[in-house]
Design a protein around this ligand. Structure first.
Ligand code: ZN
Length: 202
């Protein structure tokens, strides 16, 4: 089976095990700006795994309680139950027998999330991670760049520029705050294309 075949079909851990004779997991990253549908796509993949009766564990960082502390919630109000963890290493405590791991808002975890994802993948798990790839200045937002280097599969989601309608790859902060982490949604952020994005003066 070629790598292209693996990418073009939905292959579960069981199929890979049957093919190679050894368990093999992998890392998927869904990244992009705010309002690009990252969480919706994460929820879609996790639901498919649940429908297939795979054991799924879902996590989000404790910092993100915008919509719910017990669910991952998309801006479009789709939701799926999740665990809230203080730090990336806590995810390993719930590894158990789960086959699929979903992690949302990965930019709020520190760089140790990369090691956690690698440990899970090498032990045969499918790891699906969603997060912002750039901060409000347009600067790569760790640990997403490092996760992209480790990931087998990458999905770059795009929003639509709220100024001109082109594909948007940047998150424009509308407030003057210079904190890297400033929780909010449409009240303080807009999706912008490259042409309309205005990097803040620091
Ligand atoms: Zn634009």
């Amino acid at each position: 089976m070629s790598n292209h075949d693996l990418q073009s079909m939905s292959v579960g851990i069981e199929e890979i095990y049957a093919f190679t004779g050894r368990p093999c997991g992998w890392i998927e990253v869904i990244c992009g700006s705010m309002f690009s549908g990252k969480t919706e796509e994460l929820i879609r993949r996790l639901r498919r795994a649940q429908i297939a009766k795979q054991k799924v564990e879902i996590f989000k960082p404790a910092i993100d309680v915008r919509y719910s502390s017990k669910h991952i919630v998309s801006h479009s109000k789709q939701r799926i139950p999740s665990r809230t963890v203080e730090k990336a290493g806590d995810i390993l405590k719930f590894a158990g027998e789960a086959q699929v791991f979903g992690i949302d808002e990965a930019q709020f975890f520190d760089i140790s999330l990369v090691e956690v994802a690698k440990i899970l993948a090498v032990s045969g798990r499918r790891v699906i991670i969603a997060g912002l790839d750039k901060d409000y200045r347009g600067v790569p937002f760790e640990p997403i760049p490092q996760l992209l280097a480790e990931a087998e599969y990458i999905t770059k989601a795009h929003a639509i520029c709220m100024k001109c309608g082109n594909p948007a790859n940047y998150t424009q902060r509308l407030s003057a705050s210079h904190e890297r982490v400033l929780l909010g949604a449409k009240d303080i952020y807009e999706a912008r294309c490259r042409g309309c994005f205005e990097a803040p003066e620091l």
